[in-house]
Design a protein around this ligand. Structure first.
Ligand code: NOJ
Length: 546
């Protein structure tokens, strides 16, 4: 089966984020690989997702888990071969699953031959492929991102005796996008993968492509011009393929990444995510409604990407200092849970392994405007290991069963790329796919169900949103609408039972059909619509005039 040329597929997608190394090891060397991932496609299809976002799988010294690329046009040998990738891609497509791969435009590894050449001497033809300087005092207005590791965005190169610019680790030199040869080369890299048939790119760290004195070196017009040019080429040569922006910015700075529908198709909604956690802890809808009010309209063909967790720390860059202190206080009591400006924990531990809160957060993820992303393992409530360095604690092997190495690998446990979780609450014997498949009420079964319900209508992906503001501020309620489909979502973000009166006069005469059980609730009349809700409960209702 070939995927239809639906130019708006990204609006109806449910994305599963996975790193090939973490998922399934087919050859017993302790590292997940493409053959292993391909064998798990049936699992993903059953879960109901229809797109996979793969973290970088290219040759790399793996000092930033593959975001430090040393060759853009092949596969890291530990993960298999290009042939294996192509087979995996074909397998995904056969199942109607699209594949989004990572494209790290901003920087390479210092082991990349381009950088090796560039640093080899000041007059090497590739010298100008990176950003060099005689001093480390240029671009002073630029913030440091990995504040726990780096003191400066400049690093000294002892070989060519000058400084090079890097926004992330010092082993990740930034490419120089003022150089047309770099721009052309990176388009060639993208073309290489588009020709192989990938459906989309997540473009890493896009705000930082261009540097200019006297600015923050983020979101510059020159950067947007480069991105627009890439989009133009994609549309021209590969219509229907999609670009997703990783731009960790405030809503007003994010908006330009959509352009007039001529830059990115999608962008992560970074500011919303921490505010969902904040609302839950404060037992108040305000952080969520406030950020949604500040969220600008985007062109009709564009879409937000929503997520609860991913492979990085739960970033607290897009919150105020006070909000950050609060988040640390309530979600990262121990210092070892903190990293840079964020919290390195997974969803289930963040929510005290409380099934009700996990369901509520996923309920909001799937019903607020945007395309949801599920981080691998969160569908079974996997835990984390805060004793592993950097962000590795949220990248432990997928837990398939209670057997040897949790079904991830047949290797000696000592040789795995990362230890499995072993504790009695989150360890693989307690939390795994096999056991959750056996019970209809497991988190996994519930996730399957909510994905199915979400995908039963296009209203969540493409519909408008209007917030209701009932007097009870522990309840977050909104109406999603598309054509003649209207869905009412009501979330109790508090830990206690609540009654709420909703003003639904506009829908007078409609009945409410609860979307999970398909049960009919009373018809809307003249009086405020009264609902009672248990702790952390949520409802999705279809409104019908029958
Ligand atoms: C953002 C990625 O999500 C993160 O994992 C990585 O370390 C940086 N970009 C640098 O590429």
């Amino acid at each position: 089966m070939s995927l239809t040329q639906d130019a708006l597929w990204h609006k109806d997608a449910v994305i599963y984020q996975v790193h090939v190394r973490t998922f399934s090891d087919s050859n017993g060397d302790g590292v997940g690989d493409f053959q292993g991932l391909a064998q798990r496609l049936d699992y993903l299809q059953e879960l109901g997702i229809n797109a996979i976002w793969l973290m970088p799988f290219f040759p790399s010294p793996l000092r930033d888990d593959g975001y430090d690329i040393s060759d853009y046009e092949s596969v890291h040998p530990a993960y298999g071969t290009l042939e294996d990738f192509k087979k995996f891609l074909a397998g995904a497509h056969e199942r109607g699953i699209r594949v989004i791969i990572e494209m790290v435009l901003n920087h390479t590894s210092d082991q990349h031959p381009w950088f090796q050449e560039s640093r080899s001497s000041q007059n090497n033809p590739r010298r100008d492929w990176y950003v060099w300087s005689e001093t480390d005092t240029r671009y002073r207005g630029t913030r440091i991102i990995f504040v726990d590791t780096e003191m400066s965005n400049w690093a000294w190169d002892p070989i060519s005796k000058s400084y090079y610019w890097h926004r992330f680790f010092s082993h990740q030199p930034d490419l120089n996008y003022d150089n047309p040869a770099v721009r052309e080369q990176m388009w060639n890299v993208m073309k290489f993968w588009l020709e192989i048939g990938v459906d989309a790119f997540r473009l890493d760290a896009v705000p930082y492509l261009v540097e200019r004195e006297g600015t923050s070196c983020e979101n510059l017009p020159e950067t947007h011009a480069i991105l627009k040019e890439l989009r133009r080429k994609v549309d021209q040569e590969f219509p229907g393929r999609m670009l997703l922006a990783e731009a960790n910015q405030w809503p007003a700075d994010l908006r330009p990444y959509f352009g007039d529908g001529d830059e990115f198709h999608m962008a992560f909604h970074f500011p919303l995510m921490p505010r969902m956690f904040m609302g839950l802890k404060l037992e108040d809808r305000k952080p969520i409604t406030e950020i949604m009010q500040q969220t600008p309209e985007i062109p009709a063909s564009c879409q937000w990407c929503l997520f609860l967790r991913n492979h990085d720390e739960l970033t607290l860059e897009m919150v105020t200092d006070m909000e950050r202190d609060y988040m640390y206080d309530v979600y990262a009591g121990s210092k070892s849970m903190r990293l840079n400006l964020g919290i390195r924990r997974r969803l289930a531990p963040l929510l005290d392994n409380d099934r009700r809160r996990i369901e509520l957060m996923n309920g909001m993820l799937m019903s607020l405007p945007g395309t949801p992303i599920i981080y691998y393992g969160d569908e079974i409530g996997m835990g984390d290991n805060i004793y592993l360095g950097d962000r590795n604690g949220v990248r432990t092997p997928m837990q398939w069963s209670g057997g040897w190495n949790g079904g991830f690998s047949s290797a000696d446990p000592e040789s795995l790329y990362s230890p499995l979780l072993l504790n009695p609450v989150y360890g693989y014997q307690a939390v795994n796919v096999l056991s959750q498949k056996r019970t209809e009420h497991s988190l996994l079964s519930w996730m399957q169900r909510i994905i199915r319900v979400r995908r039963s209508t296009r209203v969540f992906g493409a519909g408008s949103i209007e917030f209701l503001y009932p007097a009870n501020h522990r309840v977050l309620a909104y109406v999603r609408q598309l054509g003649n489909e209207t869905v009412l979502v009501v979330n109790n973000v508090s830990s206690s039972a609540q009654a709420v009166e909703l003003d639904l006069r506009r829908y007078k005469g409609n009945i409410l059909i609860e979307m999970f059980g398909r049960n009919i609730f009373p018809r809307v009349g003249d009086l405020p619509y009264l609902l009672t809700m248990g702790p952390y409960q949520f409802y999705w209702f279809r409104l019908r005039r029958i």
